[in-house]
Design a binder for this molecule. Structure first.
Ligand SMILES: [Zn+2]
Length: 264
C-alpha cells in the first residue's frame, strides 16, 4: 500500500470522507431493510412514503437531502434526518479511524466494522434485536480478521470466552428473573468481537460496555426515563465498547498491568 502514501494528505482525507458517505448510505439501506429481512441489493432505493424509485441524482449522500430540503421529490413527504446524520457519522468515524490507524490493514478492517457497528446500534435501538444476518457472518469475519490481528489461537479463545461469558450471564438472569435479559444477538455479537480482538480485549469490551450500560440505565432510572422492567438495548454499548477497545485496547490493558504489578 506504499503507493497510497504518496497521494497528498488533503486528497487522502477527501477520499476517506467520500468513502464514509457512501458506506453511510449503505448503513441506511441496511437499517431499513435488514429488520424486515429484505434484500439489501434489489430493488434500488425507493421513497418509504410513496415507494417511487429514487434517481441516482437524488440519492447522493447528504447533498441530495440538502438540495431536496429534506423532502421526497415525488410525494414531498419529509425524509427522516436520521439518513444524512448516519452518513455524516460514518464519514466522521472513518476519518477518526484513518487519523488513528493510518493506511493499514487495521484501518481496512475498521472500514468494515465501523459501519457495521453503527448499523447494529440503530437496529437494536429501533427494533430491540441484533439480526443474525449481521452477527453470524460477523463471527466468520472476526475469525479471519482476528487471525491477522491477534493470531488464530487468541481469536478462537476470544470467540469462546466472549460467547460463553454472555451465554452464562443470560442463563443466570433468565433463571433468577424468569425473563430474557440478554438476547441471543448480544451473545453472537460478543462472540464475533472476541474472535476479532482476542481474549484480553473481549473481556475489556465486556467491562466497558457493561459500565456504560449500567451508567445510562441508572441515570435513566434516576431521571424516570425508564423503570426497572425497561429493556435497554445493549447493542449500542457493545458497539461503543468495541470501538474504544479497537482503538485503545492495548494501551488500556498496558496501564492496567502496570498498575497491578507496580512496574512502570
Ligand atoms: Zn415519496
Amino acid at each position: 500500500m506504499n503507493f497510497l502514501i504518496s497521494i497528498p494528505f488533503s486528497l487522502q482525507i477527501t477520499a476517506i470522507l467520500f468513502l464514509g458517505l457512501i458506506l453511510g448510505s449503505f448503513v441506511n439501506v441496511c437499517i431499513h431493510r435488514l429488520p424486515k429481512k429484505e434484500s439489501i441489493i434489489f430493488p434500488g432505493s425507493h421513497c418509504i412514503s410513496c415507494n417511487e424509485p429514487i434517481s441516482a441524482w437524488d440519492n447522493i449522500p447528504i447533498f441530495s437531502y440538502l438540495l431536496l430540503n429534506g423532502k421526497c421529490r415525488q410525494c414531498t413527504k419529509p425524509i427522516s434526518a436520521i439518513y444524512p446524520i448516519n452518513e455524516l457519522i460514518t464519514a466522521l468515524l472513518l476519518l477518526v479511524g484513518f487519523l488513528k490507524l493510518g493506511i493499514s490493514i487495521k484501518f481496512l478492517i475498521f472500514c468494515i466494522i465501523a459501519p457495521t457497528l453503527l448499523t447494529i446500534s440503530i437496529i437494536d435501538i429501533k427494533h430491540k434485536i441484533i439480526p443474525d444476518i449481521i452477527t453470524i457472518p460477523g463471527i466468520l469475519f472476526g475469525l479471519i480478521a482476528g487471525s491477522y490481528l491477534v493470531g488464530l489461537k487468541d481469536s478462537s479463545l476470544g470467540l469462546i470466552v466472549g460467547g460463553s461469558t454472555f451465554l452464562i450471564i443470560s442463563e443466570i438472569y433468565y433463571r433468577i428473573r424468569g425473563r430474557v435479559g440478554m438476547g441471543g444477538g448480544d451473545i453472537k455479537f460478543i462472540a464475533a468481537a472476541g474472535a476479532l480482538l482476542g481474549i484480553q480485549q473481549v473481556i475489556l469490551i465486556i467491562f466497558i460496555s457493561s459500565f456504560m450500560g449500567s451508567f445510562v440505565g441508572l441515570a435513566g432510572l434516576a431521571g424516570k426515563k425508564f423503570n426497572a422492567l425497561s429493556q435497554i438495548p445493549f447493542g449500542p454499548f457493545l458497539s461503543g465498547g468495541t470501538l474504544i477497545v479497537y482503538f485503545w485496547g492495548e494501551q488500556i490493558i498496558q496501564i492496567y498491568i502496570m498498575n497491578i504489578t507496580g512496574r512502570y
